[in-house]
Ligand binder design. Structure first.
Ligand code: ATP
Length: 324
């Protein structure tokens, strides 16, 4: 459904001078420099795929989305969306894709929400019957009825994001590009949007590419994960494969009550005497926590025991650091 092959994009920026009057000297005599934002990016997303495209700030995610949607032309490589080139067949591709930029809206700020939808439907040449059908389904699923007559500028962020999602779907696209669709939302609003997207992907087989800094979005939604850093791909696979390939140790945490015989604590234990908490790392694939619990239990009276499993953000942060 989506294919990127060797995608590369450079930006031209002015080389910054240092020292006195740096800004003025940069403006007058700064030389243009070619800086790569995305380098030799290749991936494939099948129909019905749900992909998390993630990376730290400035990694090149938005630049990639702009090339996939035809807003930017790649300097090298090529893109295909539904068998077409977003650069050479921009209008045809625009009918196949829906785009939501969480930080910006495509709705008209001063118009009632419903009027924005009608304008967009007219721009995409959506037939009246298809428009009514789409609105019937999405306005209901996204709970838009209560604010359809409210101007967009008066909507809460959560309402605005739901309206933007509906707007992106009115022309029934096969592919959705979502750039941080849950940014700034509270837990309830995030869960509502996640439920809607999951359903859209499962029931309607829409292909979705999502950028996010929220690992819960990834864990709850994405079948495939592509990680980018400094414009280059550093991982492409499932979440399970990522966990298996880059295992992090689990941690056994034991809280004691009363005196602790610190000399008896097993080697490698980190002990906090103020909180009376001992922490010991172990590899779940190789070792059972039971002998470790027994060993720690022999050092004092145990009040509480927890096994902390590594979080996906810890693994991903480790990858960001490793690919610096
Ligand atoms: N118009 C531009 N001119 C020059 N450099 C740019 C331009 N747009 C982006 N860049 C640079 O290209 C790199 C990639 O930017 P991009 O916006 O694609 O990153 P991102 O992964 O989407 O970041 P974020 O998570 O912060 O949104 C960054 O170093 C950025 O400063």
């Amino acid at each position: 459904m989506i294919r990127a092959e060797g995608l590369t994009k450079y930006y031209h920026v002015t080389e910054r001078k240092s020292g006195r009057f740096a800004t003025l000297r940069t403006f007058v005599a700064g030389r243009m420099q070619k800086v790569p934002a995305v380098q030799e990016m290749s991936f494939e997303i099948p129909k019905g795929g749900f992909v998390g495209y993630i990376g730290p700030n400035g990694a090149g995610k938005s630049t990639t989305i702009k090339m996939l949607t035809g807003i930017l032309h790649p300097d090298e490589g090529r893109v295909e969306v539904g068998g077409m080139s977003p650069q050479n067949q921009r209008k045809e591709v625009a009918r196949k894709i829906g785009v939501v930029f969480g930080q910006r809206t495509q709705l008209w700020w001063d118009l009632p929400t419903r009027d924005s939808f009608e304008l967009l439907a007219a721009m995409y040449n959506v037939q009246a019957a298809d428009y009514d059908k789409a609105m019937g389904v999405y306005a209901e699923l996204l709970g838009l009825h209560e604010f359809l007559d409210t101007p967009v500028r008066k909507l809460s962020l959560g309402q605005r994001m739901r309206a933007d999602l509906c707007a992106a779907l009115l022309h029934d696209p096969d592919v959705l590009f979502l750039d941080e669709p849950t940014i700034g939302l509270d837990v309830t609003a995030k869960n509502r949007i996640r439920g809607f997207l999951r359903d859209l992907n499962e029931r309607e087989q829409k292909t979705i590419l999502l950028t996010t800094h929220d690992m819960d979005d990834i864990e709850q939604l994405c079948k495939q994960l592509i990680i980018i850093n400094h414009g280059k791909k550093v991982y492409d696979g499932t979440l399970e494969e990522l966990r298996a390939t880059y295992p992090l140790p689990s941690v056994l945490e034991v809280e004691f009550h009363g005196d602790v015989q610190e000399l008896l604590l097993p080697a490698g234990t980190q002990y906090d005497p103020e909180r009376r908490v001992a922490r010991l790392s172990f590899d779940k694939q190789v070792t059972s926590p039971m002998p470790l619990i027994d060993a720690l239990g022999a050092c004092g009276e145990v009040r509480d025991i927890q096994v902390l499993t590594p979080k996906i953000e810890d693994i991903i942060e480790g990858m960001y650091i490793a690919s610096r």
